[in-house]
Ligand binder design. Structure first.
Ligand SMILES: [Zn+2]
Length: 452
C-alpha cells in the first residue's frame, strides 16, 4: 500500500512566486501539485495561511559545537588581530577529548533539533571529529544530510587561536579517513546520507593533498567543501607561501570548479570573485556568523557575476529562517542598496542554489519527480502576518517559531512546530550536563582564555 501525503491549502513556492495549491507526495516522491484530491490519501497536512517551500537546505554547519559556545565569545574582542573567531576549536577539542560518546551525541542531537526547528530538511555538515554520533542522530530524527569529516583533525592550535596543519602524513591520513567514510556511508540511510571530502582550508592542507583531494572527488563523483579567506591570517599565510590570494592559489592548482562548495570568502576582492564565477565554484555565505566578527562577506557582488551562492548558519544559531533576514539586511548594508539582494534571491540561496551545488536536481524544488522534502512556514503570526507578499513576509519577518511542519521523503520531521521523536526537556538536561562538564574542564585547564 502506498503512503500518500497531501500538504493542503497553502501557497506553494514555484521558485519565483507563491501560488495556491497542494503538494501530493507518494512514497517519498512529489507526484503532483494539483488541488484535486488524489485517491488513497494516508496523511493530510494543513498548510492554511502558510508558505509551502521546498525543504530548506542549510549548506554549512559544524554539529556539536554551538551549544558549548553560545554566550561565551560574544562581546569579547578577538584574541589576536586576524585570529579565527575566539576559541571555538579549543572547546571542540576539549569536548571530543573528555566527553563520553553518549554525551557528545546529546550535544549533537540538541543542535540538530535546533537546525530542524529552523526549517532545514537537508543539513550539510562539516564534521569536526568523528561522524558516528551525527549519523546516529540523522538516522533517528530522519533528516537528510551531506557529511564530510574535516581534515586535518585534530588541528594544531598555535598561539591559542590559530589553526594550522599538522604534519604532512597526519593531514594525508585525515584525507584517507574521509575517503574511507565516503566508501562506507555514501548513499546509505535510504539515500538520505551522502558524503563529501572536507579539506579544512588552503592554509591548513598542503598543496599536494588538496590536489589529491580534488582528484579523489572527481573519481568518486563527490563534492569538496572547504573554508576560503575566512580570516586575515589565512590570507597572509597563503600569500607568503605562494604570492597569491587563497582563491587565485586554489585556481592555480586546479582545485576550483562546480563540485566545490567554498565557505565565507570574506577577505576577497573583485579579481577573486571573477575567478569564482569563471570556475563555476559554489559559495556558501554565513551572514550573521561573520557579523559576530564585525565583518561582512560578498553576496550581491557574487550574484551579479553569476556565482551560485548558498546560505548557511555555520555556528551559534541555527535558525535558518531568521538567517534569511540577517543575511539579506547585512548584504543590503554592504551593497548600499535597498533593492538587492531581494527576497527571491534569499529563498534561492536555501533551495535551488544549494541543490545545484550538491548536484541534486531532485531537491530545492517542488515539482513532480522531486524528493518529497517540504518546509511549511506559517504566515499568520503577530510578527509576520497577514502576508501581503509571501516571499517578503517570509524573509524579512519570519523566524524558526513560524516553522510549522517539515517533511523529508514525505515523512514528518517537524510536526506542529515540534521535532518528531524528541523529548526536548530531557535532551536539554543531557546537553546542559555535557556543556557544564566542558566549561568546567576549560576553566580547570586554565589554558583557554575564553573570558576575553
Ligand atoms: Zn565552517
Amino acid at each position: 500500500v502506498s503512503e500518500v501525503t497531501v500538504v493542503r491549502g497553502g501557497l506553494v513556492w514555484t521558485g519565483s512566486d507563491a501560488v495556491p495549491g497542494d503538494v501530493v507526495i507518494t512514497d517519498g516522491v512529489i507526484t503532483s501539485l494539483t488541488a484535486d484530491a488524489p485517491a488513497g490519501v494516508t496523511h493530510t497536512i494543513d498548510a492554511t495561511d502558510s508558505l509551502v517551500l521546498p525543504g530548506l537546505i542549510n549548506s554549512h554547519v559544524h554539529p556539536g559545537g554551538s551549544p558549548l559556545l553560545r554566550g561565551i565569545a560574544e562581546d569579547n574582542p578577538l584574541p589576536s588581530p586576524g585570529a579565527l573567531y575566539h576559541n571555538t576549536v579549543d572547546f571542540r577539542l576539549i569536548s571530543w577529548q573528555h566527553l563520553r560518546p553518549d554525551e557528545i551525541e546529546s550535544l549533537v542531537a540538541w543542535e540538530a533539533a535546533a537546525m530542524l526547528l529552523g526549517g532545514a530538511t537537508t543539513i550539510v555538515s562539516e564534521q569536526v571529529g568523528d561522524i558516528d554520533q551525527w549519523i546516529s542522530v540523522a538516522r533517528r530524527l530522519g533528516f537528510r544530510t551531506d557529511v564530510g569529516r574535516i581534515y586535518p583533525y585534530p588541528p594544531h592550535i598555535a598561539n591559542g587561536t590559530e589553526i594550522s596543519g599538522k604534519s604532512y602524513d597526519a593531514v594525508l591520513e585525515g584525507m584517507q579517513t574521509g575517503a574511507d567514510l565516503v566508501e562506507r556511508f555514501d548513499g546509505t540511510l535510504d539515500g538520505r546520507l551522502t558524503l563529501h571530502l572536507a579539506p579544512h582550508a588552503p592554509n591548513t592542507v598542503p598543496t599536494q593533498i588538496l590536489a589529491e583531494s580534488a582528484e579523489l572527488a572527481r573519481k568518486r563523483n563527490v563534492r569538496l567543501h572547504l573554508h576560503i579567506a575566512q580570516h586575515p591570517s589565512e590570507v597572509q599565510t597563503v600569500r607568503s607561501r605562494t604570492g597569491l590570494s587563497p582563491v587565485r592559489y586554489l585556481d592555480d592548482i586546479g582545485f576550483l570548479g562546480p563540485n566545490v562548495l567554498a565557505t565565507h570568502l570574506t577577505y576577497t576582492d573583485a579579481e577573486d570573485w571573477d575567478v569564482l564565477a569563471r570556475t563555476g565554484t559554489n559559495v556558501v555565505h554565513c551572514g550573521s556568523r561573520k557579523a559576530r566578527e564585525a565583518v561582512t562577506s560578498p553576496f550581491v557582488e557574487l550574484l551579479d557575476r553569476g556565482v551560485n551562492v548558498c546560505l548557511a548558519t555555520e555556528t551559534y544559531s541555527h535558525d535558518l529562517v531568521d538567517e534569511l533576514k540577517w543575511s539579506a539586511l547585512l548584504a543590503k548594508l554592504r551593497a548600499g542598496r535597498v533593492d538587492r539582494p531581494d527576497a527571491k534571491e534569499m529563498i534561492a540561496a536555501v533551495t535551488t542554489a544549494p541543490a545545484s551545488a550538491l548536484g541534486r536536481g531532485d531537491l530545492g524544488v517542488l515539482r513532480a519527480g522531486a524528493r518529497g522534502d517540504v518546509t511549511v512556514v506559517g504566515l499568520d503570526g503577530p510578527f509576520n502576518g497577514p502576508a501581503f507578499d509571501a516571499a517578503r513576509n517570509l524573509v524579512y519577518y519570519s523566524r524558526a517559531s513560524n516553522v510549522r511542519h517539515t517533511l523529508v521523503d514525505g515523512r514528518p520531521v517537524v510536526a506542529d512546530g515540534e521535532v518528531v521523536g524528541v523529548d526536548m526537556a530531557q535532551l536539554h538536561q543531557q546537553a546542559r550536563t555535557a556543556c557544564q562538564r566542558v566549561w568546567q574542564i576549560a576553566n580547570d585547564l586554565g589554558q583557554v582564555n575564553w573570558r576575553g
